[in-house]
Design a protein around this ligand. Structure first.
Ligand code: MN
Ligand code: FE2
Length: 297
């Protein structure tokens, strides 16, 4: 084992101006909301007044988010380990907030389900494509980092976790929640939590964008690898939407499912556009990106 080199007692100190450290500061300021403090009494009241189709639409979304948050909470650790092994202290400091926030998201959706009295098994909402992503692809891609911490393996993990699951699927889910609940002016507790989640996730996706840009800068051939991975994942996002829509032309809340599909497609291209900005940049420039340049709210 090579002798460990301490950073914070060296003249390097902490890279306080670096993107990951600034993100860590932001997480400490904004990531402090407590799911247990949210009042769901109006939600419980609203829930009883919804018709069966409307309840079904909301439950499908919640059950996919609930299991999705559980999965990302359980699957993140190997990435944190890989980053720590490389001694990337500021990145790991941010990642401590990342995992804590995913735990709170998992808690949040369970509190919603408890408040509306849904105690039954919801796994029938997990369609084939949903299972392919959250029961297989995500855990195997993340677990690979336990034995393989190559730049390509880390890039693949970040594409699947940050760009695809968070940056495309979760973002589409928020869009669907707002489409259903905001117009109907119901379930304020659920919407309040979704507002927090969206901000937390913007930091997670921002970190993933930074990580991929750093990897692409250090190993330029990875850009094509990342782009190919995104292309490979695209049909899964489209199929997941189609399975949710199930041939309907209008959702139970009167929303247009075609708009959800458009949103997903836009997210897929936005993620690649932002990554492409790293092309030809120097590593110092990547560390200096501002929050807004990487889409952090
Ligand atoms: Mn989350
Ligand atoms: Fe996240």
């Amino acid at each position: 084992m090579t002798e460990r080199k301490m950073l914070t007692t060296s003249n390097r100190g902490l890279l306080e101006d670096s993107f990951p450290f600034r993100l860590y500061q932001k997480a400490k300021r904004l990531g402090t909301w407590n799911p247990a403090d949210i009042d769901f009494s109006q939600d419980a009241h609203d829930w009883k007044k919804l018709n069966t189709d409307q309840q079904e639409d909301i439950l499908r979304l919640i059950s996919q988010f609930q299991a999705g948050e559980e999965a990302v909470t359980l699957d993140l650790l190997p990435l944190i380990m890989a980053i720590a092994k490389e001694g990337r202290l500021e990145e790991e400091m941010f990642l401590t907030t990342f995992l804590y926030e995913e735990a709170k998201h998992t808690e949040f959706f369970r509190l919603v389900l408890n408040a509306i009295g849904e105690k039954g098994d919801l796994s029938h909402f997990h369609t084939d494509t949903y299972k392919k992503i959250f029961y297989e692809l995500l855990p195997t891609t993340m677990e690979r980092l336990v034995t393989d911490q190559s730049p390509a393996a880390i890039a693949e993990a970040s594409v699947v976790y940050n760009m695809f699951v968070e940056g495309v699927l979760a973002e589409t889910g928020y869009y669907s929640f707002y489409q259903a609940l905001e117009n109907a002016r119901i379930m304020p507790g659920l919407l309040e939590g979704i507002g927090h989640l969206k901000k937390d996730e913007s930091r997670h996706i921002g970190y993933g964008t930074f990580l991929l840009q750093r990897l692409i800068c250090e190993h330029p051939h990875l850009f094509d690898y990342v782009a190919a991975k995104m292309t490979e994942l695209t049909p899964l996002a489209l199929r997941l939407n189609e399975e949710g829509i199930a041939g309907r032309e209008v959702s139970a809340f009167g929303g247009d499912p075609a708009l959800v599909m458009e949103f997903t497609l836009r997210q897929l291209s936005v993620r690649m556009d932002i990554l492409a900005r790293a092309k030809g940049k120097k590593i110092e420039e990547i560390y200096r990106f501002s929050d807004s340049e990487l889409g952090v709210l």
